[in-house]
Design a protein around this ligand. Structure first.
Ligand code: F6R
Length: 364
């Protein structure tokens, strides 16, 4: 049921504070502020490396998780889209954990990759939204998201729930491997518990984002830039925009722009910059200057501190709450989804059923 919403996608964007909270209930314990995974009967501290495989938006959740597993758990991570992974003869050593991320749990390439990893001795973890799906049934470690049915073809709430589970898993692995102190674990858990409130704060910018959609709607091409764990969000933003508004969009690592895509920049190409304040912010500011020097029009998505420093001279800004870096990707997903949504509404496309796309891709 859409209720008062115009589209399922809009409703599902708004569901996020609730479903992320629901999902986290199974992964964090409020009483002692610890991370708690569903019962596992093998020792995750013995894991030597992680392989992550998924498609589309689920793959981008995996890309964010790579930053977390490496940073918090100091685990080497290999990641690929399923359609490449399964045909490239990947090296899979004993003691590896292979993680498959999928809303439907039925995506053909991801399922084939799972079976390949299973046959090659990997421990199989799956982050899936459909608990009765093939991937859920074939997993050693089932990590469900509790996003509820996702009707809109463009994935939104499944993505943020995947991120919530992966953040908890990263912290769990970090604790098991002795890379995270009890105090740090408590801090992570407190931040995860605050995520739904931060998502609500992000949703409060909906009207402001709707008001700027007409600035993007006429564009033929749009670039999204992000650095570090925000780079996958740039990819996700570009995917969402092209899927539902049919505007050509590309996501790039901010620092990679000068190695080619900068040639595209002129006053007709909006550049969406996803950059919470932090140690990498200065670098992104200089990338913004490179865009501006070529007449490019910037939409900066940042927090109050970032906007105070670099908001001036932007075509538009979107202010996010100041949040811990671990939950920033979940929070920054909201404006990225809303922007694509409102641009599609301006263009009058079929938001819930974009042309040429299916909700579940069960052919290879
Ligand atoms: C994008 C989108 C797709 C899916 C992809 C994987 O909005 O929905 O890119 O993320 O087809 O699907 P699942 O997660 O079901 O394996």
């Amino acid at each position: 049921e859409k209720g008062n919403f115009r589209h399922f996608m809009q409703k599902e964007i708004y569901d996020q504070p609730t479903v992320v909270a629901q999902t986290l209930q199974s992964y964090v314990r409020r009483d002692d502020e610890s991370v708690a995974l569903p019962q596992i009967d093998f020792d995750l501290s013995a894991i030597k490396r992680v392989t992550i495989v998924a498609c589309g938006t689920s793959f981008y959740a995996g890309l964010v998780a790579k930053y977390w597993f490496e940073h918090f758990a100091r685990l080497p991570v290999d990641i690929d889209v399923a359609s490449e992974f399964r045909y490239r003869d990947p090296v899979l050593e004993p003691g590896g954990l292979a993680i498959f991320i999928s809303q439907s749990g039925e995506t053909a390439d991801t399922l084939a990759a799972l079976r390949h990893c299973k046959a090659n001795g990997q421990t199989i973890a799956v982050v899936v939204n459909v608990p009765t799906s093939s991937m859920a049934r074939e997993a050693d470690l089932l990590l469900p998201t509790h996003a509820g049915p996702e009707i809109g073809v463009a994935s939104t709430k499944a993505f943020t729930c995947q991120l919530a589970v992966l953040a908890a898993l990263a912290a769990h692995l970090a604790v098991k491997r002795g890379r995270m102190t009890r105090d740090d674990e408590r801090e992570v858990v407190r931040n995860l518990i605050e995520t739904p409130a931060a998502l609500n704060a992000a949703l409060a910018y909906d009207d402001a984002i709707a008001a700027m959609a007409h600035l993007i709607a006429p564009a033929r091409d749009v670039l999204y830039l992000g650095r570090g764990q925000d780079y996958p969000l740039a990819l996700e933003g570009a995917l969402k925009l092209k899927e539902i508004s049919y505007i050509h969009a590309e996501g790039y690592a901010s620092g990679e722009m000068k190695h080619g895509p900068i040639a595209l920049i002129d006053e007709h190409v909006p550049v969406i910059v996803i950059a919470p304040s932090g140690p990498l912010f200065e670098k992104t500011v200089s990338n913004m200057q490179e865009v501006r020097a070529r007449g490019g029009k910037i939409v900066l998505i940042s927090d109050a501190e970032g906007l105070a420093e670099a908001g001036e001279g932007c075509m538009a800004t979107i202010e996010m709450p100041q949040v811990h870096p671990l939950i920033a990707p979940l929070v920054y997903a909201v404006p990225v989804q809303l922007l694509a949504y409102h641009v599609a509404c301006v263009k009058g496309t079929d938001v819930d059923q974009p042309r040429n796309l299916a909700k579940s891709v069960t052919v290879e």
